[in-house]
Design a protein. Sequence first.
Length: 255
Amino acid sequence: MGRVGMILILFAGGAPTWRRWSGIGLPSPATRRRSAGCCGNSASRTSARDRAIPRRTIQRRQSLKSFAVRVSELRQELPPGTPVEIWFHDEARVGQKNGLVYQWAKRGSRPRQPHDQRTAWAYLFGAVCPARDEGAALVLPRADTEAMQVHLQEISRTVASGAHGIVVMDKAGWHTTPALQVPANLSLLPLPPRSPELNPQENVWQFLRQSYLSNRVFDSYEAILEACCNAWNALLAEAGRITSIATRTWASIAP
């Protein structure tokens, strides 16, 4: 049998009224205590799940921990005492259908930004060595195995004389194909899948787009080439910029 009690009801514009209230169908105090205890355990379990580290994060941390091990394995294949440089490689597409970024403007104004609907583009192949504050880049019409081969030759020429370069990159098809002929003074080190945040070259592209390549209209393919070359040369001319952007503690090794 349910419990009977009094409940206070508030009517709009009137005085509060006490009415008889039946507690039929409501849980008993003991049941409410058991429910509260159950909810408390569920809340604690939920909090534990919220604090759990995602699997992808764990895998990436393991990859970072194994980076030094993989570099050590590559070093064992080199003559003793060979200096080692860490390079980060990636490609960026730059074209007439350009991106829009933030810009300085007077408060309350609505500045206009140009936006082109044409579709000519080029690929900027870039690689940086944070330890030397050095970079190597080429502007090419396609991103394929042939273009990757040409850029590897450019990186090979930029590596310090007598040193060996370890080029860190993602697993794009033209990076992993056996058709690539890797120069003798280079080794390729692939990153884990779906982890662009581990490649500092992505931050270099962000800097170049924000500073030099966005909010612009390119009249022709040649204008795109010139803009890419000017942006990269400006990056190299700014002492310490590559080191500032691309240095990672987990990738810092003894030369």
